[in-house]
Design a protein around this ligand. Structure first.
Ligand SMILES: Nc1ncnc2c1ncn2[C@@H]1O[C@H](COP(=O)(O)OP(=O)(O)O)[C@@H](O)[C@H]1O
Ligand SMILES: [Mg+2]
Length: 248
């Protein structure tokens, strides 16, 4: 069962019906020694890839062989992505081990948190998608309903977005009508991929807790709920642009 509003957002707690709204994926529980290596990778200044277990190495080998278009690797609760280290498709076990071995603060902190809490640390390999920053949106979900949305990369301005915003808002609402009924948490922040190709479906990227620790994108009142029921986007000049989210 899901473990509350924080751990409940981790991929290992998603019901199958929620996972079906996201990319195909496969997960494994990391052994204690592998989890400890990821948790301490920053203090170690990076990990020599050969220190990871043979079991993990062969799992990575199997997954990358099976999904030759490339995979995106992440922990259940957080990815390995850093501002200076954007994700790249992983196609071999060797590349996968390089991702895990890198001394990245974000993944290490999450791994340490799980190790200290005595929780299993899950690693997921997900089908690679070519996602551009302009196609990523953050949805505030309260009571299983979308109450607002924003571009995720809130410091950037995408000049083409204003012209697409109404269509994006409609697609987000349609996605929300599928997500709400199957969601295992009432209140959550859902990050989604809305591809430029408007015949392609919207996909769930990840869930985050609806808490002040989660970035609020352009939604000042994300935690308190004080925001219009609209899609928010940055305009080159003037105030933040908003287009209403149509009724679901
Ligand atoms: N399956 C995927 N294929 C390609 N890129 C991805 C995939 N999933 C996520 N990403 C990219 O990596 C970023 C970070 O991944 P995410 O799952 O949101 O974890 P976190 O926010 O913990 O770093 C996303 O914002 C997206 O740009
Ligand atoms: Mg994210």
């Amino acid at each position: 069962m899901p473990a509350g509003p924080f751990y409940g957002t981790f991929i290992e707690y998603w019901p199958a019906s929620v996972a079906a709204l996201s990319m195909p994926q496969v997960g494994t529980v990391l052994g204690d020694a592998d989890a400890e290596l990821i948790a301490s990778c920053v203090e170690l200044g990076g990990v020599c890839p050969s220190r990871f277990s043979a079991a993990l190495t062969s799992w990575l080998h199997r997954v990358t062989q099976a999904w030759s278009q490339g995979v995106f690797l992440r922990l259940g609760g957080r990815s390995f992505v850093l501002p200076a280290r954007p994700p790249v498709p992983v196609t071999t076990a060797g590349q996968a081990l390089q991702v895990l071995a890198f001394p990245g603060e974000r993944a290490a902190r999450m791994a340490r948190r799980c190790v200290l809490a005595g929780r299993p640390l899950w690693l997921f390999a997900r089908h690679w998608r070519s996602i551009t920053p302009e196609e990523e949106f953050r949805l505030v979900v309260r009571n299983r309903q979308i109450t607002a949305a924003s571009q995720i990369h809130h410091r950037l301005c995408f000049p083409g977005l204003a012209g697409r915003a109404d269509a994006v808002a409609r697609r987000i609402v349609r996605f929300g009508a599928r997500l709400g009924p199957v969601l295992h948490l009432d209140d959550v922040i859902a990050d989604v991929w809305v591809p430029f190709d408007d015949t392609a479906g919207v996909e769930l990227i990840e869930l985050n807790p609806l808490m002040s620790v989660t970035g609020r994108a352009l939604l000042e009142g994300a935690v308190t709920g004080a925001h219009p029921r609209a899609l928010h986007f940055r305009q080159p000049h003037g105030p933040i642009g908003i287009v209403p989210l149509p009724p679901s």
